[in-house]
Every structure is written in C-alpha cells, then in structure tokens.
Design a protein around this ligand. Structure first.
Ligand SMILES: Cc1cc2nc3c(=O)[nH]c(=O)nc-3n(C[C@H](O)[C@H](O)[C@H](O)COP(=O)(O)O)c2cc1C
Ligand SMILES: [Mn+2]
Length: 453
C-alpha cells in the first residue's frame, strides 16, 4: 500500500536508524527546526516523529524524504538507479482510480467547524514571519480550459482559522491555471493534501507539460493506480489515503502580504503579495499524522531534484541527443555533461535549459569525461577550459524566480548565465588530459603487488 504510514513502517523495519521518535513535547517555534539543524550538522538525516507538539493535538512527522536512500527505498531501487526508475515511471503513466470513500474522509469538518489554528504553529527561522506555515501541502487544481488536473507543492501561511496565503511561482502551472480563473473573474477551486507516501510527493514534483497529469505519474512510479476520493465540497479529487485534506478556493483579485519566509535557497527575500486560500472543509483520518517539511533543509532540497533532472535531461537531449547527464547540485544551477560532436552544441543546450525551467538560471556544460556529480571536477573544468571572452553566455533578463536573492525585481525577472567548459574540438593548441595508459592500469594487480612489497 502506498501511504505515509506504510512507508514509515517500511523504514522502521528496513532502515531502523533512519527514524527517530521524540516523545517529549517540543515547541513548533524554531525547536523542531533546531533539532533537524543539529542533526544535519552531524551529517544525520533521520525522519523525525514528534509525538507531541505544543499547541496542537496532532503528532508530526518531518524529513520523511530527507535522504536519497529513503527515496530509493520508496521506489524500491538503489540510489544509483533512482534517475532511471523515475524516468521509467514517467514513461508509463497509470491513471488513478476513484473510490467511493477512503480513510482521509474518516473525519469531516465543514464551514464553521474548520479550524486551522489546531494545526501546529510551525516557524523555522528567526527572520521568518511570525505566522505559522503548512509546508508539506500538495495542491490539486483543474485547468478550466483543458480539464486537466495539476499537482504542485505550495507553502501556506495560516492567516486565521479558515484562511491561508498561498505562494504560486510565476510561470508554473498552478499560477497559470489561477490566472485563467482570475481573468474570468472566478475563484479557483483547490484542495491541499498532506501526509503521503514519498512516491506521491515525487510524482507531484514531475516537471513537464501541463497536459501531463501528475496523478498519472504517481501511478507510474507506484506501478499501480493511485486511489482517489471525491472532495466533500468541490469536484476535485484527492488521495484516499492521505492524512489531511484542506478543501476550498482561491478568490480572484485578492492579495495579502505573505512572508518573509526562509526558502530552499537558504535565504528569504522579503515579504510578497500573494493570493489567499479560503478553506471550506478539512477532512482527515481518525487519528491523523501532520506532515511537515522544514523549509530550506535537506528534504526540501532533495525532493524536487529527480523531477527537475529528468525534465532538464529530456530538454537537453531534445537540443543535443548526445547529452550524457544533467545534475542539479546547488540551487538554480544545472551541470550538463555532453558527448560533444560539434562546437555549437554547448550553446544550444544552454539556451534549451534556460527556456525549459525558471530555476535553470546557470547552465554549465562540460565534456563527458568530467564527473558532474563532483563539484570539484566541474569547477576545475570551468577553471581550465573556459576562455571568458568566448565561452560565457549571458541572456537578456527573462523569467527566473523571485526567490533568487540576486533578483531585484519582485516579478522574478533576471538575466541568466551559461558557461561552455568543454574543450574545443579543433583547438589550435593540442590540449591533452593526463592519462596513464589503460592497458598498463589494467595489468596492475594491487593486492598481489603489495603482498610482495
Ligand atoms: C517542499 C516544497 C515546497 C514548495 N513550495 C512551493 C511554493 O510555495 N510555491 C511554488 O510555486 N512552488 C513550490 N514548490 C515547487 C513546486 O512544487 C514545483 O515547482 C512543481 O514541480 C511545479 O509543478 P508544475 O510543473 O505542475 O507547475 C515547492 C516544492 C517543494 C518540494
Ligand atoms: Mn504540472
């Protein structure tokens, strides 16, 4: 079964050191973030299960997807196979199945019974807004023109018992869907669900065409249909085995001040003007677990990588079929390894990636013999093979992200950087990488040699 509880049970059995249960009451104001930060400082990334969080009746789980090993466990493969398994799931989508009921509707609160104040009041960083945030919510909405449903994560700042602010990045699908409703003067119905299996989170983070429904990708990753139920107050569908669902709508032409909020970049970029989410119903299991993601920490950084690397690799291969791999190791930066066939290819890949994702602000292209999972090797290639007057590309400002600390405009517009760190195919000077001849390397049997030494 693909729900949060079954995954936690699997971790308890198969990776017992990966889950820590904390029984003493903790404060949601900075304390859970501090516990996670201290663990990260000692290179530990366990799931944290808080039995008691002050001010809320719900137990909380955080950092569920905080290590690649756990994502691999979730998709039943090795860490090394994750990219391939993700691509295989995307290539074989499976439609969801709508059920007449499900555990997520064991409890139903509608209208004046809705009380978001009962959720834990999480604040992570000292310069964040004092209002609490819900960070693990996956939002479903339907495009009013195509009828396609869309999933994406959105930070929700609790304003009162039945209202949150919702941040929707410009240019991403939910913001595009909302602008269609808004220009027709209509509210956008949405539902936000939390407390799910990692396959669901990874599928929601699929990046690609708006015509691809993320529910089908989740089915592909699970290799079985995701069970959905109809919402109680609108016509959307949500995972039947989630822990919580918030149903409601985003009214047109309403904005509030939101943030500041420390983001995945490690920075907050001031307060924003965001639409609001009017919550009409909250449904949950009988004894729900509240899922949380500490913003800007390991889980937040790891979760989107599979979806974005998959998308950028496809975009790069469309431009240059001999692209070997794309890695995202630091924010807003794509490293690309090419089996280069002509010297115009790096520039074509750079332009393709700039165009295909707002988060691809820097694109650095190297030859296939550079290991792009190793920042030192990439930095060395940039140092040794780049002639800045020839190999650096800067485009005119286009849509990036307002979460970029260097972005001075609140509409997210920024220039982008491309670096071609490949070796020219027809260099005037012969440049050759040091190599010990392979046949000699292969002939050396170290253990034999060291025994006789
Ligand atoms: C923990 C987490 C929080 C996120 N918060 C937001 C957010 O507040 N607003 C937003 O626009 N995207 C947010 N994202 C990124 C989107 O979920 C991501 O870009 C998604 O793939 C967009 O979906 P789309 O391709 O259907 O537009 C977040 C991602 C993660 C992993
Ligand atoms: Mn989408």
């Amino acid at each position: 079964m693909y729900d949060l509880r079954t995954f936690l049970d699997t971790v308890r059995v198969e990776r017992p050191r990966d889950i820590v249960c904390i029984s003493r009451t903790v404060s949601p104001q900075y304390e859970t973030a501090a516990i996670l930060t201290k663990l990260e400082h000692s290179y530990r990334y366990p799931i944290l299960f808080f039995q008691s969080v002050a001010g809320s009746p719900f137990p909380v789980v955080t950092n569920v997807c905080g290590s690649m090993a756990r994502l691999a466990l979730a998709l039943r493969c090795t860490v090394g196979a994750l990219a391939q398994v993700y691509a295989a799931g995307c290539a074989q989508p499976v439609k969801p199945e709508v059920k007449s009921d499900g555990p997520v509707q064991e409890r139903v609160h509608i209208g004046k019974d809705v009380n978001l104040e009962s959720f834990p009041h999480f604040v992570y960083h000292q310069d964040d807004a004092p209002q609490p945030y819900i960070t693990a919510a996956i939002v479903v909405a339907r495009d009013p023109e195509t009828g396609k449903s869309n999933l994406s994560f959105h930070r929700l700042m609790i304003i009162d018992g039945a209202t949150t602010a919702i941040f929707m990045a410009r240019g991403k699908h939910l913001e595009q869907i909302y602008s269609k409703y808004e220009s027709a003067g209509e509210a956008m119905p949405i539902a936000a669900f939390l407390g799910v299996h990692p396959a669901c989170s990874l599928g929601a983070l699929y990046t690609g065409s708006a015509d691809t429904e993320e529910y089908d990708i989740i089915g592909g990753l699970q290799q079985s249909p995701l069970a959905l139920v109809n919402c109680v107050t609108n016509s959307l569908q949500v995972p039947a085995e989630a822990e919580f669902v918030l149903e409601g709508h985003v009214p047109p032409r309403t904005r509030v001040n939101e943030g500041p909020f420390g983001e995945f970049t490690g920075y907050s970029t001031g307060s924003m003007s965001c639409p609001i989410f009017k919550v009409q119903a909250v449904t949950s299991r009988q004894d729900p677990i509240f899922q949380d993601i500490v913003s800007g920490h390991s889980e937040h950084l790891l979760l989107p990588i599979l979806g974005m690397e998959h998308h950028l690799l496809e975009a790069a291969r469309t431009a240059v079929p001999t692209t070997v791999n794309v890695r995202l190791l630091v924010p807003l930066t794509a490293y690309v390894a090419l089996e280069k066939k002509d010297d115009s290819q790096p520039q074509r890949v750079i332009e393709a990636l700039w165009a295909s994702d707002i988060y691809a602000k820097q694109v650095i292209v190297v030859d296939a013999d550079v290991d792009i999972s190793d920042l030192r090797q990439v930095a060395t290639a940039v140092a040794l093979h780049v002639r800045p007057d020839r190999d650096v590309y800067i485009n005119r400002p286009t849509l990036g992200t307002e979460l970029d600390p260097s972005c001075e405009s609140s509409d997210g517009t920024t220039a982008k950087l491309g670096i071609d760190a490949t070796v020219p195919l027809a260099s005037t000077r012969r440049v050759v990488k040091n190599r010990v001849p392979k046949h000699v390397l292969d002939s050396i049997n170290l253990s034999e040699l060291l025994q006789t030494a």
